[in-house]
Write a protein that binds this ligand. Structure first.
Ligand code: GLP
Length: 246
């Protein structure tokens, strides 16, 4: 069941989600967070950094597992998701990096997928899984398709995703064409799932998610409707575009 939260602005959405995370960490200092990349959560991560530096939240006992990683680029590459997490969050808060996990994009894909799958469940599932959403409704790198995968696996990225992510690379040809990702079952296993979306490019994907109870593999986010505790945070601009009235 989806709870939809409509905020005044993207900044307010980020503040709402940052508050949820701070509250969770304050109540359960050794909690496990599932984290996401993409442009959308960046200002939310800034708010977590500010809260940590202001002494309002302590990440020293927190464990994290990230949703996904590109294949074929090392964690030192400035477009890898390991690098993204370090520079947008981990380098600026008092987390122990040994307690953070981002899947390996290099090496044996099957072994890397098995390792990611094990990390999803190690010490218990995530207390909160943060999500963004792709323009085509993908979550993590589970692409819109006739079939989806339950467990961690390697995914061939669609043209839509490669085009959307090309803005971060010098050339479109540099965007990796495969990625390692948590599967749908891994995401749905989290105790609470929080998806944040903004921007009109997300209109169709969010419409499918919040305007009906239909579930389709062609909009993977719709599977969140089967989760008992899923929260979708959108700003009023996106809510209006979608036609969501509450
Ligand atoms: C990538 C990530 C997703 C993310 C999506 C949207 O494909 N694998 O986890 O949700 O991009 O990113 P953005 O927030 O930049 O629109």
């Amino acid at each position: 069941m989806i709870q939809v939260v409509v905020t005044e602005s993207y900044d307010a959405s980020c503040a709402y989600v940052a508050d949820m995370i701070c509250k969770l960490v304050n109540e359960k200092p050794a909690c496990k967070l599932g984290l996401a990349t993409g442009g959308t959560p960046v200002p939310m991560y800034k708010k977590l950094i500010e809260a940590n530096q202001a002494g309002k939240v302590d990440f020293s006992a927190v464990r994290t597992v990230n949703l996904d990683e590109y294949c074929g680029i090392p964690g030192t590459h400035d477009q890898s998701y390991r690098y993204f997490m370090n520079t947008n969050l981990f380098d600026h808060i008092n987390i122990d990096k040994a307690n953070t996990y981002v899947a390996q994009g290099m090496g044996d894909p099957a072994a890397n997928a098995a390792e990611l799958e094990a990390k999803v469940y190690e010490g218990g599932v995530a207390d909160l899984q943060l999500l963004g959403i792709g323009n085509n409704g993908h979550i993590a790198f589970n692409e819109a398709s006739d079939t989806l995968h339950a467990t961690a696996h390697i995914e061939h990225l669609t043209e839509s995703t490669i085009n959307a992510n090309a803005r971060f690379f010098a050339r479109k040809e540099d965007v990796p064409t495969t990625a390692i990702t948590m599967g749908m079952g891994d995401i749905l296993a989290a105790k609470c799932v929080v998806l944040i979306a903004t921007g009109l490019a997300k209109t169709e994907a969010i419409r499918g998610l919040v305007m009906s109870d239909e579930i389709t593999t062609h909009n993977p986010s719709t599977m969140l409707k089967m989760h008992p505790n899923a929260v979708v945070v959108i700003d009023k601009e996106l809510a209006e575009a979608v036609g969501y009235k509450g």
